[in-house]
Write a protein that binds this ligand. Structure first.
Ligand SMILES: [Fe+2]
Ligand SMILES: [Fe+2]
Length: 472
């Protein structure tokens, strides 16, 4: 089968119409999903300057699934400046054969240009080769594999709060070694803006070159298996678009399956797992910079998506990811009542299996939760029926300095207005204050039972937690 769409001899990168970013439109426009190409185009920074041939190497190569992981993929990379005739070729063998149309974007504070090639019409469960080039520059090659047509065993990594530092680099190598089929990242990616949406710092806390250092650091894993990212508070970069997301959206071409006007949200299905990426900033009581910019639009989309996933015969587990913690005892950020108020009812109704959060720089896993309370104990090593309750995971130990500030037996939840209200923390099953990454091995139904085995490893590869969620 010849994948489509094919375009032989792609010309210079198209000027981005910014159709995938709401940040240059008004907030009203975002709420209405009314981003127009004209508006966005007028406000977009430069895109295409005809340059001389450049020997610059393509860097920061990273993959992201398109709308359907079985048949689509987005390959992204950057060049240190504008280059002539950037090109992405893809094919099932060394012959490649498919020239993928590109969109290229600049971003505030750096000379780098970010290129994105979205390809659809691929064959499920198939390994593809890709090659990135531009006139006068060296080629960068890689491979990826599309999701299987029918569920098969697979592995995904889950984590957040990485940054650029020695621990993050060690974890990036650990992820590469563990070779997951995909990674699900819950925000606070590189900390180019260390103010984190608080409005403090007045721009003095920004270093946008950190994005390129981070993308270079993760390339070993992100160029071979997709990094499915969500936004954290540190992706709300002051002065970078109304929502602060321009920097993030210049570098990540997310699937177009999310809430209307919100490219920070999306869903996808891989094998027997439905993944939902939410914009946690929209619901946070703790950091309210972007609170309610989507509101009911995101919640209605979430409910529709959950309903649809639960009605899909081969889909066993639902995994939801967003940044702020729904249940975490760590005293630095505690739990966010805004996310609970908006989404806990839906997670309960549709028996979401696993919610992955970051924000607190530590590892923590809850017992099975329903209606705001633990309903089934799940100590380290347990095998539990996840139809009985949702597991909330804080996986914020991917690299940024850890928060060794436990809150057992009492922590707090931030309620509307930013008030921290004390609460008992009977929900907590396992707490660890070292750097770590969670890996989940999923198997489809066998004799009527599907399993999702979580193993959390510290940077050296030592096991800090283990639990098995089962269905059936
Ligand atoms: Fe963080
Ligand atoms: Fe955070």
């Amino acid at each position: 089968m010849t994948p489509s769409p094919a375009r032989i001899g792609a010309g210079p990168a198209a000027v981005d119409s910014a159709a995938n970013t709401p940040s240059s439109a008004t907030r009203r426009g975002v709420l209405a999903g009314g981003v127009t190409a004209g508006l966005a185009g007028a406000a977009s920074p430069l895109l295409w300057v005809p340059p001389a041939a450049s020997a610059a190497r393509p860097v920061g190569v990273h993959l992201m699934y398109g709308d359907d992981p079985r048949t689509s993929m987005t390959v992204s990379w950057s060049t240190p400046k504008s280059v002539r005739r950037p090109r992405l070729e893809i094919g099932p063998d060394r012959g490649l054969g498919l020239d993928v149309p590109l969109r290229s974007r600049s971003s505030r504070g750096v000379a780098s240009v970010y290129h994105h090639g979205r390809v659809a019409g691929l064959k499920p469960g198939t390994r593809y080769r890709y090659r990135i080039t531009h006139d006068g520059g060296p080629a960068q090659s890689g491979t990826f594999t599309t999701a299987p047509r029918t569920p098969k065993p697979f592995r995904f990594a889950a984590f957040g709060d990485m940054g650029v530092n020695a621990a993050a680099s060690r974890n990036a190598r650990l992820i590469q070694k563990m070779d997951p089929d995909l990674s699900f990242i819950v925000g606070d990616l590189c900390y180019a803006d260390s103010a984190g949406g608080t409005g403090l710092g007045g721009g003095a806390t920004q270093d946008f070159a950190e994005w390129d250092r981070w993308l270079a650091m993760i390339q070993g894993t992100a160029a071979r298996s997709p990094w499915m990212t969500t936004v954290g508070n540190h992706e709300m970069e002051e002065g970078n678009g109304e929502l602060g997301y321009d920097g993030y959206l210049a570098r990540f071409a997310t699937p177009r399956t999310g809430a209307k006007g919100a490219p920070t949200t999306y869903s996808f299905v891989y094998g027997n797992v439905g993944f939902i990426a939410l914009d946690g900033n929209d619901a946070s009581y703790e950091i309210d910079r972007n609170r309610n910019y989507l509101g009911a639009t995101q919640d209605r989309w979430l409910e529709r998506t959950l309903k649809q996933m639960r009605a899909t015969p081969d889909l066993d587990f639902i995994v939801v990811g967003f940044h702020n913690c729904m249940y975490c005892t760590n005293l630095v950020h505690g739990s966010d009542g805004g996310n609970r108020d908006r989404w806990e009812r839906l997670f309960d109704r549709y028996t979401v299996d696993l919610v992955v959060n970051g924000h607190n720089h530590c590892y923590e896993r809850t017992h099975l939760m329903r209606d705001g309370a633990p309903v089934k104990e799940a100590p380290r090593g347990a095998v539990v029926d996840s139809r009985r309750g949702t597991t909330y995971l804080t996986a914020g130990g991917a690299g940024q300095a850890v928060y060794p500030t436990g809150g057992l037996p009492a922590s707090y939840v931030t309620v509307e207005g930013g008030l921290r209200v004390p609460e008992l923390t009977t929900y907590s099953a396992v707490v660890d204050h070292t750097h770590s990454i969670a890996f989940l091995d999923v198997t489809p139904r066998r004799n009527g039972v599907a399993t999702m085995k979580l193993v959390a490893l510290d940077g050296s590869g030592a096991v800090i937690d283990r639990v098995t969620l089962r269905r059936g």
